[in-house]
Write a protein that binds this ligand. Structure first.
Ligand code: ADP
Length: 720
């Protein structure tokens, strides 16, 4: 059992003990009261008896004097009137007697006197028995008689000569005195005893009951045969019980209050001295915090000592814990750094082996088939095939380089956002048109489900990034699907806060535990399969970065063997809808016709690049001029204001593309100048536009991209 509980039990026991003591006090109070009443009754009784005894002796004294006297003997022998007058009659008033009787030795009454009502002793047959009643052996008698109206006390004696005090000789006569127990006598007794006295004749009448209390004393008045002829009831003033009870109650209350006070003090002190320190110690041990010990510590007793010991142990414990935590933290940091280092190592290794593979494979194609092309006797078809392979390998390498440049830009924070009004429907349709042939070549179906109205599709966003994300997702869908359908589209949320794009395929799918990792750079879902389908593992990392730059989210739902659906969102900021801005998709035939009519200047100091552009455009254009410096470009334009288009290499010997453009713009504001550069770094595009170029194309020049640009500026149905 807890010490605190024991203390509480002790307090309860104490309270119980005090209550018990109080009950004992109350109980003994009653006993003491009874004892007190009994002893006071006994005292009263003794007092009554003594007083009555003295009273009787006073009554009997004259009897002694007058019965043992020669003169009385003489008087009985010879009754003389003088003796009666001088001695007997005066006794009445002297001793307050009411009756005097004198009998001779034969029992014959020779004298009787009274002061009130006469009493005849014969009525009690006294005279006939007088010789038996008074004998030499018992020469005195004392008794009461009831006369019917009152009680008379009577004392009698044998008369002998003065010398015969021992009553050796026969009685010479008999002398009796009587005293009435009237109101006067009772009153006298009341004064002496200090009580109230009632006299009942012969005893208490039946219809009257006497309440016997500790303060009443009964005294019987006996007749000759010891029978009660009257009863005296002495009632002493009752002790004031109310007062006594009040005193006792006050005493009890004081005892209770003192008891409670003592309990409270004991409770308070035991709480302060034991419970509080114990609780502080328990709390400290429970929580391990030493703030509860501050007060205890200062105590100069065992608790103070315990508190100081506990505090020391807590401090030591805390230090140990901090040490342990530091150790664990250090271990964690070390493990984290180790993992990071290992991961970075892994990534580097993966990157290197991947890059090596991804670059070597197309290079192998390019160099291998370029070598084969030099073989003599190749058929036209073989040559076409080799060229096609070289072109495909070159495009693949370009893709890798573009991805690496993009991811570097993203990671170094150089990727910029170019928010413009864009037509999402056009973009979706363009992508559909672009990839449809490739999907059909794989004998699959490409579906576009677009729910945006024309008006909804005009939004403010970075169209290049949307294009890159969608292209990448559709490309992946085609790459990782061998049969079935590829579906993509876009929906607008309600309320109109974001656009959600999706690309769904029925391809190989992605295992659940890889669905997050594939968005990291250089990570592919299936390591073992990674060379089966080409790729550097950068596409999704770039797409995710783009989506996040635009303020959206990207995720995938996929089931291996069934297919995958990639979702991404972008915030919806409605653009200005102009009914003419609805056509980005172009018809190659229209464009070819249009381009053929254009007058074009190619400013390029690299022959291969010049040749490539010429090759792309020669198919379509009749009038193309070539210059290999900025100065010449300016000169050509100055001399011929009819050029429709200048394809300006930015890095040329001499004044270079930027300066040449600036100079041309001084005299020709209408010619379309498209900058071409191999840098592809941030700021190039802006710098080119700033110097006066209308647009910008990255080398190596992609035929589709170039045509798209030309379509933008020269297609008859185009918005711009
Ligand atoms: P990669 O160049 O390897 O395709 P990505 O970053 O585009 O790089 O994709 C990362 C990996 O995600 C891929 O290697 C492939 O394992 C998985 N993946 C991406 N798209 C799909 C898809 N539509 N179906 C199945 N797997 C996909």
């Amino acid at each position: 059992m807890k010490i605190i509980t024991r203390l509480y039990i002790l307090q309860i026991i104490l309270i119980g003990a005090i209550i018990a003591i109080m009950m004992v006090v109350k109980l003994t109070g009653n006993i003491r009261l009874n004892l007190f009443l009994k002893s006071s009754h006994a005292n009263n009784e003794r007092m009554v008896e003594n007083i009555l005894k003295i009273d009787r002796e006073v009554f009997m004294r004259p009897l002694h004097d007058n019965s043992e006297w020669d003169e009385t003997v003489k008087y009985i022998a010879n009754p003389a009137r003088e003796f009666e007058m001088e001695n007997l009659n005066s006794l009445l008033s002297t001793f307050l007697f009411n009756h005097i009787w004198v009998f001779d030795q034969n029992g014959k009454q020779i004298y009787y006197i009274n002061d009130s009502v006469s009493v005849n002793l014969d009525t009690i047959k006294l005279v006939s028995q007088i010789n038996d009643l008074l004998t030499p052996k018992s020469p005195f008698c004392h008794f009461f008689i009831n006369t019917g109206n009152e009680v008379v006390e009577i004392s009698g004696a044998t008369v002998v000569s003065t010398s015969d005090t021992k009553h050796t000789l026969p009685a010479k006569g008999y002398l009796f005195f009587g005293r009435n127990w009237n109101r006067e006598k009772i009153k006298h007794l009341e004064e002496i005893t200090g009580s109230e006295i009632q006299l009942f004749l012969p005893a208490i009448p039946k219809n009257q009951t006497i309440t016997e209390t500790p303060f009443t004393i009964n005294y019987n008045l006996p007749d000759l045969k010891n029978r009660t002829v009257g009863k005296l009831i002495f009632t002493f003033p009752a002790y004031n019980f109310q007062e006594w009870k009040k005193d006792t109650t006050i005493f009890t209350i004081i005892v209770i209050i003192m008891g409670l006070f003592i309990i409270l003090i004991i409770g308070f002190l035991s709480r302060q001295w034991l419970v509080v320190p114990l609780k502080s110690i328990i709390r400290t041990l429970d929580t391990g915090k030493n703030q509860h010990l501050q007060r205890l510590k200062s105590l100069n007793n065992e608790f103070g000592q315990i508190a100081r010991l506990i505090e020391n142990s807590i401090i030591t414990n805390n230090e140990l814990q901090v040490e342990l935590k530091n150790k664990l933290d250090a271990e964690k940091v070390l493990t984290y750094l180790k993992n990071k280092a290992e991961e970075s190592d892994r990534l580097k290794t993966a990157f290197l082996s991947n890059m090596s593979h991804e670059i070597r494979t197309p290079m192998n194609g390019i160099l291998g088939f370029a070598g084969l092309l030099q073989e003599p006797n190749l058929t036209g078809e073989e040559q076409q095939e080799y060229v096609r392979i070289i072109e495909k390998s070159g495009r693949r390498m370009l893709n890798i380089i573009n991805d690496i440049v993009d991811i570097s830009k993203i990671e170094s924070g150089l990727m910029e956002v170019d928010i413009q009004e864009s037509n999402i429907n056009d973009q979706l349709e363009y992508i559909y048109a672009f990839f449809k042939p490739e999907v059909e070549r794989k004998r699959m179906l490409l579906i576009l489900k677009n729910t945006l109205t024309l008006k909804e599709s005009i939004i403010k966003t970075d169209r290049e990034k949307i294009y890159a994300i969608l292209t990448n997702l559709v490309k992946n869908a085609i790459k990782y699907t061998d049969k079935g359908t590829i579906e993509f589209g876009c929906t607008l949320s309600t309320p109109e806060t974001f656009l959600q794009f999706y690309v769904k395929d029925t391809g190989i799918g992605i295992p659940g535990d890889r669905q997050e990792a594939i968005f990291e750079r250089f990570i592919q879902a299936d390591i073992s399969d990674k060379h089966a389908r080409q790729g550097a593992g950068l596409g999704l990392a770039i797409s995710k970065a783009y989506v996040e730059i635009l303020g959206g989210k990207i995720r995938v739902e996929s089931e291996p063997g069934k297919g995958s659906t990639f979702y991404f969102t972008i915030p919806y900021h409605a653009g200005e809808y102009t009914p003419t801005s609805n056509k980005d998709v172009f018809s190659r035939e229209d464009l070819s016709l249009q381009i053929r009519k254009l007058k074009i200047l190619i400013a390029e100091d690299d022959e291969t690049s010049d040749f490539l552009i010429t090759s792309i455009l020669n198919l379509n254009s009749n009038e193309v001029s070539h210059v290999n410096s900025g100065e010449l470009a300016v000169e050509f334009c100055r001399n011929d204001p009819h050029f429709d288009l200048v394809l300006m290499d930015l890095k040329m010997a001499g004044i270079g593309g930027y300066e040449a453009t600036r100079q041309i713009r001084q005299f020709n504001k209408s010619v379309i100048i498209i900058a071409q550069t191999a840098y592809g770094l941030s700021g190039d595009r802006e710098k080119a536009l700033e110097s006066g170029c209308n647009d910008y194309i990255l080398k190596p020049i992609n035929k589709e991209e170039l045509l798209l640009l030309l379509h933008k500026y020269f297609n008859p149905g185009s918005a711009t």
